[in-house]
Design a protein around this ligand. Structure first.
Ligand SMILES: [Zn+2]
Ligand SMILES: [Zn+2]
Length: 478
């Protein structure tokens, strides 16, 4: 099965090189490029419209103009389709504004870009004269792999940097409304090998890499045609979908994990399970609907990350219970001793972050474009079953801001992102102190906890059964 992943986006120009010749083709022409080097630049804009979409489930009455659409795919008798309600906007700003209004009503809404047609691209091969072609431009290496130079990743997060990334397969280059979009088309099993080496440390136990691979394969099939509905690819290469960062760190263990689970996915009833995962759950997994809204899924529920008798059982959605849980440091798979697993480092099982009042006000102003004034209170309003906040109010002398969704809370209250929204806040003199648990959204598999499970002797099927209760492993492709 072939899948398509966006590997470059929002860059006006990209440099790539290959150890062999490249065949370039576009509507009405082609060119063979024997040089080692190729520079592609965005030249004229493509046509992009923006849609705001919400899941139909639980949102029967939306403002005028929202139409039902079917997103997602089928595979044999497995049906991963969902009904969404979407409305098209001519500009991104209009769509973002419409989304904001829905968020204020506590409706999870997403902006989807729809690339209707590509603009033109300038091609500068090695030392030859540049020429301009209509997109999409297809790049097919005669053999081997292609290196994309100085590609930024992790934008807006603390791990942001630039690196060369090496990919196999072929490439389609588009000019969207503001930049280049490069899509890599490759085999699903090959993609998974890269994902498990991007998402997990290659020294992780094999059972961990296998569990990760089955979850990633499930995610691909469950979310195809949803996360990037209307775009010419299935998944992006960031942790919005799954991290896919080239062949450079693939090791033998990555290959083996894919080979030994070939075609295996998690099934729930007649669908492939949307097997989400995150770094460290902090001792308790969150239920999907509190993070992304929509239909609750019985295999993405709030539960303690332990095989012992849990000291705390969800719901932890009151201030008292959330706080007691965070202060307690209870036993959990991801509750590691410092440096217990060297390549994991600090799993952020518990964390503390302090800001001065001025500093926090400035962060909030920069992130939202709205100045709350002197901060008077930070008020938790709604917590999910695991205790993760998804509605919070910032009260200042100038105005009150309401933050809806766990990701928005994490984004606004930090120069990058807070590790998680499972926290409580206290004022200590001139400082605001955030004490929290875990790293990431906490839904589904805990990538730190699964390492501990494997060390305790659980195999990949037992790991998956713990994190996705009620699912079964079945081979469907490959
Ligand atoms: Zn994505
Ligand atoms: Zn955990």
């Amino acid at each position: 099965m072939q899948i398509r992943i966006s590997i470059v986006r929002d860059l006006s120009s990209v440099t790539l090189s290959s150890d062999g010749p490249l065949r370039l083709s576009w509507q009405g022409g082609e060119h063979r490029c024997d040089g080692q080097h190729l520079v592609l630049s965005w030249k004229t804009p493509g046509r992009v419209t923006y849609r705001v979409c919400v899941e139909a489930y639980g949102n029967p009455a939306l403002p005028e103009g929202f139409e039902p659409v079917t997103a997602g795919t089928r595979l044999g008798d497995l049906d991963m389709r969902e009904t969404w309600l979407c409305r098209t906007y001519g500009t991104e700003a209009e769509a973002r504004e419409a989304r904001q209004r829905l968020l204020e009503q506590e409706i999870h809404a997403y902006v989807r870009r729809h690339l209707e047609s590509s603009g033109t691209i300038e091609v500068a091969p090695g030392n030859q004269r540049p020429f301009e072609v209509p997109g999409p431009l297809r790049i097919t290496p005669a053999a081997g792999v292609v290196t994309f130079h100085e590609i930024p990743y992790g934008a807006g997060f603390h791990w942001e940097r630039r690196e060369d990334e090496v990919y196999g397969g072929l490439f389609d280059v588009y000019a969207d409304d503001r930049a280049l979009l490069v899509v890599n088309e490759t085999d699903l099993e090959h993609y998974l090998m890269v994902v498990n080496s991007s998402e997990m440390h290659p020294d992780a136990p094999l059972e961990v890499l296998k569990a990760q691979t089955v979850a990633a394969r499930s995610t691909v099939l469950a979310t195809r045609g949803k996360h990037h509905f209307g775009e010419p690819f299935d998944l992006c290469n960031t942790d919005h979908c799954q991290v896919y960062r080239g062949l450079q760190q693939v090791r033998e263990s990555s290959r083996q994990a894919v080979e030994e689970t070939r075609g295996e996915v998690l099934i729930y009833e007649n669908t492939v399970a949307d097997a989400r995962y995150a770094k460290t759950c902090g001792g308790v997994l969150e239920a999907k609907e509190f993070v992304w809204g929509g239909r609750p899924l019985p295999y993405l529920v709030a539960k303690p990350d332990t095989d012992g008798t849990p000291a705390f059982e969800p719901p932890l959605n009151t201030e008292e219970r959330a706080r007691a849980f965070i202060d307690a440091h209870p036993e959990a798979f991801c509750n590691l001793k410092p440096n217990e697993i060297p390549y994991i480092g600090d799993p952020l099982y518990r964390w503390e972050i302090r800001y001065s009042s001025r500093e926090l006000r400035e962060i909030i102003r920069q992130k939202t474009g709205r100045d709350p004034g002197d901060l008077e209170a930070i008020v938790p309003l709604k917590r999910g079953a695991s205790g993760r906040l998804y509605l919070l109010e910032v009260r200042g002398t100038a105005q009150t801001l309401r933050l809806f969704t766990e990701l928005e809370i994490r984004r606004v209250l930090s120069p990058s992102h807070l590790p998680s929204s499972l926290f409580y806040v206290e004022r200590e003199g001139e400082e605001w102190v955030f004490r929290g648990a875990g790293w990431g959204h906490g839904v589904g598999m805990c990538q730190v906890g699964m390492v501990k499970m494997a060390q305790k002797g659980y195999d990949y099927r037992a790991i998956l059964a713990h994190y996705y209760p009620g699912t079964e492993v079945r081979r469907v492709s490959g």
